[in-house]
Write a protein that binds this ligand. Sequence first.
Ligand SMILES: C[C@@H](Oc1cc(-c2cccc(S(C)(=O)=O)c2)cnc1N)c1cc(F)ccc1N1NC=CN1
Length: 327
Amino acid sequence: LRCAVTELNPNYDFITAKYPEQQLREIPRNKLTLTRLLGQGAFGEVYEGSLKNLCANVKELPVAVKTLPALSMDQAEKDFLMEAVIISKFMHKNVVKCLGVCFEEHPRYIILELLEGGDLRTFLRDSRTKGDHACTLSMEELLKLALDIANGCRHLEEKHFVHRDVAARNCLLTSRGPERIAKIADFGMSRDIYSSDYYRKGGKAMLPIKWMPPEAFLDGVFTSKTDTWSYGVLLWEIFTLGYMPYPGQTNSDVMHFVASGGRLDPPDKCPARLSKIMIMCWNSVADIRPSFSEIIELLDMCLQDDEVLNANVSLCHYPMSDCFKDA
Ligand SMILES: C[C@@H](Oc1cc(-c2cccc(S(C)(=O)=O)c2)cnc1N)c1cc(F)ccc1N1NC=CN1
């Protein structure tokens, strides 16, 4: 079953492709210092840390370290390693970099570049000003975030890699200031398809239903057009400043709603040119959804359009209480 599952998956040849991308680099553990806990990942804790003289001209490098608990099962070890292999295959400014691994002893570590702006969804929610529904970010800044992620997704699409979980929670920012760059930074869902117990992990409860197109949650079909659909939901997240999609609806409600043609409402006062992109991403026919190259062209047009740049995206088409409800 395992070989069948992996061979059936479109990402399979991506991983086995024999092109001379950077291989995994074993980092000596004594070069690494963990400083503080950042949060809980899918496997184990994630720490902020620093790496001593990784290379000549960099003395101390701030890093994020994903850890795998020492008592993990073999399959978890393989899955954990797989994520490092996947991330290491990409070299793009909008995809998080893997600096190396510590795999020779327990606990296993994956060492990632530290993106000090934290995750995109938290940033969007923090950028709301209390009460007056205004927002500290300009339309131009929001569009630039959207373009960063679209560029990262185009890189994955060019490599025929399906991410399967494009969402604001899986994107990180280099900083919270105006120079910020957004990157795709979590490959947990695409990693799990290599696990022989993918069906266990794929239980409906685990699937990001609100970011998935009908053919994915109904038939398990995943292509780059799956990522296009999810990207449309990410656009909606950006321009609602981090609302939970389909507020107040459960995953099961959403599956029925979307399968029968229902769609997210574009954000209030969202310029037509922008909401059109979202609607195109949510076409029920996967082939008609735009590629990431097309999405980038459409977003570039938005950046040239004063009607879009001068719009102020109203925050409040749902009672504020809903926007934090992770139903
Ligand atoms: C694995 C982890 O990676 C990172 C997190 C943070 C990071 C995450 C949160 C806050 C800060 S910060 C602003 O305190 O430096 C930095 C910074 N850089 C990373 N490379 C991550 C990647 C994602 F795509 C989404 C969430 C997380 N996590 N995992 C556990 C917590 N976040």
